[in-house]
Structures are given as C-alpha cells and as structure tokens.
Design a protein around this ligand. Structure first.
Ligand code: HPA
Ligand SMILES: [Zn+2]
Length: 352
C-alpha cells in the first residue's frame, strides 16, 4: 500500500526540515539503472534481462528474500570508482531531501569475498563523502557492518583488513540475516572494536525478538539500535530505551516491504515515540523499498496521521543521535527550529 499526504503544508514541512539519516546501507541505494550501467562497464552478467525485469523481482516476503537479491545486485561493484559513483548518487539525493548529516553503512564482506580489495571499497566511499562535503556541505561518515550470517572469525579478519584505513570509518554495525544469529555471536569482536574507540551499533529487533535488543545493549554495548521495532513487545525494554535515550533507527518503508508490519498504517512508530523512545526515521535500502528518507516521512505520516509535533521530535531525535560533537548538534537543531518557524509551525517546537 502506498500513501500520499493530503496536507500540502505538512508535506512541505517534512520535505524541507533539516534531518539526519542514520540507517542507510550504501549497497541498498544502488538503483537498477546504475546496476545495469555498472554491469556493462565491468562486463558482469546479470540474471535479469533489463531494468524492468529486475524491478519486478523486488517483491519480498521477508528479510532473507530481500537479502538474496540485494547481494546479487552488489555483484556489479568491482572498482573504487564504482563505490564512488554509488555513494555520489546517494549523497546528491540526500542533499535534495535536506539531510544535513548521513552515517552510511557498508558491507565489506559482500565485496572482499568476490576478490574486491578492501581499499577499493573504503577509498571509493570515503572520497565520495569528502567530495559531497566540499560540493554540497552535507556531513557524512562511514560505519563498517559485519555480516551476521558469517562467523565471528570472518568479522575479525575483515576488521584486520580495514585497520590500515581506520581513520576513514567511525563505527561498526551488524547486519544481514537476523534470526538464528543473535548479537552475542559477535561479543568478542565488538569488545575489541570498543577498545579501538569505534562507535558501535547493531541491527536488532527487526525480525528477531526483543531479547536480541537486550543482548545488543548488554553484551555488545551498542550506542544505538538499528530497527528495534520488536522492543515494543517488552515493557521493561521500552522503559530502558526511553530512560537511557537510546536511539532507534527505524525504517518504515523497509518494514512494510519486508512484511515486518503488513501495512504502514499498523506501524508502531507513533506509539514508540509517544512512549518517549528516541525514534528516528530512515530509508534502509531505498532503491529496493520504494523511497528515500523524505518518502519514508511522507508515507508514514500519511498512513498514521501524525502531525508537525511528531515531525519536530523525529527530526530533532535524528540530529541529536548522530556520532558528532555537541556544538554541531546544537547548530543543526537551531536550523531545525528556524525551519519550523519559517513554515509557520513554531507551536510544534514548544510542544516537543
Ligand atoms: O534491513 C536490513 N536488515 C538486515 N540486514 C540488512 N542489510 C541491508 N538491509 C538490511
Ligand atoms: Zn538496515
């Protein structure tokens, strides 16, 4: 089900308000047109005849059915310039959606397993971030994700390969198939990353149970939870998330596409926000799930009937949950306040 906002003033506010994107997989921003262009450039065979038939395959029943196609799409990425072009396209889009700051996930094991050098992956993405900052003023950092369906030893090897480029990523995440791969499987490698001074996040409670969110917090000691929507099943967990202001990077269109919620109108984000949890809105894999961050905001608000007060809270949560210094956060929140005043929604600031 796709939703449209009937209120043009609210739609304009959601579009124009400054925001941060804290949960986007760069490989999930690879649009079918770019997949085919890179396939041709790199002479990679694809099991789809054209862009239209690839898009037709984007009908998912759960996380795994998506991941199978997502990893196939990433097979066209071979050279540093491919990673640069992919990230450049995403960042241009983020700028037009008024994203001030993006923390971008990448999955190195998806590429190194095919013989792509770690340096090609990280240097291509990093150069795109620096160029976007120079050209468009967007702030942009990288988070290296371990694939949880692989072993912890594989994660350690991946970390070792990335260490010569340690200054080019700020944190570590955990993604891929959740069920059967609980956070504690990666306890030792996360403890090591913590000692290295890396920020820590993990996907938990997307399809997996609330127990995985507890484990990500207590065993991995992550600073944010990616998705986390299953926390709603556990009142004690909800209270902890709210009390400790642990941000959840929620991805509404992803949750609908992967059938975590059968329909956006049934999404629990409004209740989580009401319960005082620091929820944020993000796009996850926008090329596959039918929309970038502003489309996530617009459709979610249209489906659930939320208004300017919640828009303010969500944007503010995102600007405050990034891994950046307090002075920059304060300046960004000032820009957010100015936007709400300019658009005639000053009351939403005071209510928030
Ligand atoms: O939503 C997701 N969940 C887990 N792994 C992923 N890798 C890309 N997107 C996702
Ligand atoms: Zn994700």
């Amino acid at each position: 089900m796709s939703y449209r906002l009937p209120d043009p003033a609210l739609a304009a506010l959601l579009r124009d308000m400054p925001k941060a994107e804290l949960h986007v997989h760069i490989e999930g921003t690879l649009e079918p047109e770019l997949i085919f262009a890179l396939a041709e450039r790199n002479q990679v065979d694809l099991p789809y005849a054209d862009v239209a038939s690839l898009r037709e395959a984007y009908a998912f029943s759960d996380l795994q059915s998506f991941l199978d196609i997502y990893y196939a799409g990433a097979s066209v990425l071979l050279h540093e310039q491919d990673f640069y072009d992919m990230a450049r396209a995403y960042l241009a889009r983020a700028v037009s959606d008024h994203v001030l700051h993006a923390e971008i996930f990448f999955d190195p094991q998806t590429h190194t397993a095919r013989g792509v050098p770690m340096a090609s992956v990280i240097n291509g993405l990093y150069r795109a971030c620096r160029d976007a900052e120079r050209d468009w003023g967007i702030s942009c950092t990288l988070i290296l994700c371990f694939l949880r369906h692989l072993s912890e030893d594989d994660a350690f090897r991946t970390l070792a390969q990335a260490m010569p480029l340690r200054d080019r990523f700020i944190g570590i995440g955990l993604d891929s198939s959740e069920l059967g791969h609980p956070p504690e499987k990666f306890a030792r490698v996360f403890a090591h990353c913590r000692e290295l001074g890396l920020h820590l996040v993990a996907h938990a409670g997307e399809e997996g149970p609330a127990a995985y969110v507890w484990s990500a917090l207590d065993t991995l000691q992550v600073e944010r939870i990616d998705h986390g929507v299953q926390a709603h099943q556990d009142e004690a967990l909800m209270q902890r998330l709210a009390r400790e202001r642990i941000a959840l990077t929620v991805c509404p269109l992803s949750n609908q596409k992967l059938q975590v919620f059968p329909d956006l109108a049934l999404h629990n984000l409004p209740q989580m926000l009401d319960a005082g949890v620091a929820v944020t809105v993000n796009s996850d894999d926008p090329a596959y799930f039918g929309g970038y961050i502003n489309e996530n905001f617009e459709q979610l608000f249209a489906a659930t009937g939320m208004g300017p007060r919640q828009a303010y809270q969500l944007a503010r949560n995102s600007l405050e949950a990034g891994f950046v210094g307090e002075a920059r956060k304060k300046a960004w929140v000032q820009q957010l306040d100015d936007c709400f005043v300019r658009n005639g929604f000053a009351a939403a600031i005071d209510a928030g």
